[in-house]
Design a protein around this ligand. Structure first.
Ligand code: 2HG
Ligand code: ZN
Length: 462
């Protein structure tokens, strides 16, 4: 078997010396995840500029028995896109493959390469009068390949579904370097197995996404954004029901934010909500191509106040004010990181169980991990709560995971609603998924990557 330094030399033959980074100073930004929980050290970082180059790199590594770790914008929160610290793995960054290959406003599709920044793709769709409805706080750095590989969620899942629902076609480099080209733009395609689904959400463990065709939608002409305080999570759910009764499927986002979250945002980002204090807040957005949305939203809010489902609230008067309301929500993650150490839980439970989950997890933590503080916020409309626990040096993350995830499991929930497993939750997946489901997962991995060379140690232990 060749060593990773032989491989590095062969890779230079394809990409030139400039395309293969071997100096630590150049590698460092690629070696560490955003949360700085998983410091890695690659043998080299390669930055191919075409699918053919990706295929050649993967083939060389496959022949040599060297592991490859694909990386997009490196914005993930589960350590899924960074190498281990052995100094033997090849980090393959897709950031030079950033082209938008095609935007079709009539067929309503966009084809983009893996390294294209999500925001750039959103803007290209918007310039063509269309909407790419994947929206997340990291959209200025996250890339299409990473979004697809992670099956990203975000704030619009309530109306448009997860990334999976928007992928029409995929191009993937398989673990042996073969290119699978499924870049079709078809709305209907029932010809055999829908194999691309295997790669969406596989976190780069089954193949490397090099390009994708995504579905676009009509770009709504009107939108309304409101921030409300609610007495408790139960009232937030009743507000969701009311919003869906009154505004139908025009509700695009329904986000829950706790007072603790807003406290962090005030302390570390200097942003304050324009409404009176409360324990819980809801950020609602609705969008439509037809007029009358604002009037409908005002009627809905009037009824919410009347029934004491909402205590105080504001509807944005302009796009700028809507952006200010969103900034309160979008700064939570960064503010939490500035506050100190946290143990993140990206959980989902059936929607109607969210209030009980919040209450029970809070009680269990107070009893089992005194001194911790809960920073709960997230996509209530999807039953997805980011239940992050702020900790001190003395707290044990494993104990906290067990407390929170046991409550999640009791409600038939998931230990990862949208962030994926990465390295962070490998043990938790094995613990909370049934042996049969884990067996299916291992069989799929073995079938596509028998040597275990693609992103080892992510999703499943290496
Ligand atoms: C969000 O919804 C992201 O803002 C990040 O998914 C959540 O920081 C987190 O735990
Ligand atoms: Zn989220």
């Amino acid at each position: 078997m060749s060593t990773s330094s032989d491989v590095t030399e062969r890779l230079k033959g394809i990409l030139g010396s400039a395309g293969v980074m071997t100096d630590w100073a150049d590698q460092e930004p690629y070696a560490m995840d955003w949360r700085k929980l998983f410091p890695g050290k690659p043998a080299c970082v390669v930055r191919p500029s075409s699918t053919e180059q990706v295929a050649q790199i993967v083939q060389i590594c496959h022949e040599a028995g060297v592991a490859v770790v694909p990386q997009g914008g490196n914005t993930g929160l589960a350590g899924g896109a960074v190498p281990d610290s052995s100094g033997t793995q090849v980090l393959l960054s897709l950031n030079r493959m950033a082209a938008i290959r095609n935007v079709d406003p009539i067929g309503m599709t966009i084809e983009a390469e893996a390294g294209c920044i999500l925001k750039v793709a959103q803007d290209a769709a918007s310039s063509a009068g269309r909407l790419l409805p994947i929206s997340l706080a990291a959209e200025g750095s996250a890339t299409i390949g990473g979004v697809v590989a992670a099956n990203a969620g975000g704030v619009n899942v309530l109306r448009y579904g997860m990334t999976r629902n928007l992928v029409l076609g995929l191009e993937v480099v398989l673990p042996d370097g073969t290119i699978a080209n499924g870049l079709r733009r078809l709305r209907k395609d029932n010809a055999g197995y829908d194999w691309k689904q295997l790669f969406i959400g596989s976190e780069g463990t089954l193949g490397i996404v090099t390009a994708a065709v995504l579905r676009l939608l009509p770009r709504p002409k009107h939108s309304v954004t409101a921030l409300l305080s609610v007495p408790d999570p139960d009232a937030a759910l009743r507000l969701l029901e009311l919003a869906q009764d009154e505004l139908g499927d025009q509700v695009t986002a329904f986000e829950l934010i706790s007072r603790t979250s807003l406290g962090l945002v005030a302390r570390h980002a200097g942003l304050k909500p324009p409404i009176a204090e409360g324990e819980w807040f809801v950020l609602i957005e609705a969008a439509s191509s037809l007029a009358g949305l604002r009037e409908a939203a005002e009627t809905m809010l009037g009824s919410a106040f009347e029934h004491v489902i909402a205590l105080d609230g504001v509807i944005a008067e302009s796009g700028a004010q809507a952006a200010q309301l969103w900034a309160l929500r979008e700064h939570v993650t960064e503010s939490e990181a500035r506050e100190g150490k946290s143990v993140k839980h990206d959980v989902s439970v059936p929607l109607t169980s969210v209030p009980c989950f919040l209450a029970e997890a809070g009680e269990a933590l107070a009893a089992g991990a005194p001194g911790t503080r809960v920073n709960a916020f997230g996509h209530l409309g999807d039953g997805n709560i980011h239940y992050n626990v702020l900790v001190d040096a003395g707290h044990d993350a494993n104990v906290i995971n067990r407390i929170v995830h046991d409550v999640v499991a009791a409600y038939g929930g998931s230990i990862s609603a949208e962030h994926g497993i990465g390295q962070y939750r490998v043990g938790e997946l094995a613990r909370y998924r049934s042996p049969v489901e884990m067996d299916i997962t291992r069989k799929l991995k073995r079938a596509l990557d028998p040597e275990g060379l693609l992103n080892p140690g992510k999703v499943l232990s290496a």
